[in-house]
Design a protein around this ligand. Structure first.
Ligand SMILES: Cc1cc2nc3c(=O)[nH]c(=O)nc-3n(C[C@H](O)[C@H](O)[C@H](O)COP(=O)(O)O)c2cc1C
Length: 166
């Protein structure tokens, strides 16, 4: 499972496309994520159109890397079918699977947050004409990486406690 240790946020991409088979693998992996009560409340919008990328960059200042990337996936959740308040957890699990699947296929990727930011989420929901029950959760930008840095060692044993906090 080395991909767990190799994954990192990539924000520099070449112009090369993502293979259709790889895109399907990534979306399939996304759909393998756990979801509360197995509601699978998520859906995906695959965005290759460069004009749409520009519109996203206009409303999401922290997603400028989309201007160089061939593709982004908008993860959305249906709040009418999500179990209780678990829409964000379900969509986060899906988003992480996308990142790991992209890493497994040797692509770079980055999770751009949308949910929890009123201004960004409203702008994205307007841009993609989402109905009121469909909430924009994350935008995952994917492409062939130009980032040659190795992942850093992030082992921090001091973060672990055993049995009890105190
Ligand atoms: C909820 C969430 C929102 C994020 N939003 C952005 C974003 O808008 N733009 C961006 O470049 N990175 C974003 N990131 C990526 C983080 O900056 C990144 O994961 C963090 O710096 C650790 O680096 P790593 O992914 O290489 O381990 C986000 C990550 C998470 C989990």
């Amino acid at each position: 499972m080395d991909i767990l240790f190799e994954r990192k946020s990539v924000r520099k991409f070449t112009n090369n496309d993502i293979k259709n088979d790889d895109l399907e693998y990534i979306l399939h992996a996304a759909m393998c994520a756990p979801s509360a009560k197995n509601t699978r409340c998520y859906s995906f919008i695959v965005i290759k159109n460069k004009e749409t990328h520009k519109k996203i960059a206009e409303v999401h200042p922290a997603a400028q890397m989309i201007l160089q990337a061939p593709l982004a996936i908008l993860v959305v959740g249906n709040q009418n079918i999500a179990f209780e308040g678990y829409l964000p957890q379900d969509c986060a699990a899906v988003t992480q699977n996308i990142l790991l699947a992209a890493t497994a296929k040797c692509y770079g990727s980055v999770w751009c947050g949308v949910y929890s930011n009123k201004k960004k989420s409203e702008a994205i929901e307007r841009l993609f004409k989402l109905p009121p029950n469909i909430k924009a959760f994350s935008l995952v930008v994917i492409g062939n990486s130009m980032d040659k840095n190795m992942q850093k060692n992030r082992w921090q044993p001091e973060k672990i406690k055993y049995e009890i906090w105190g």
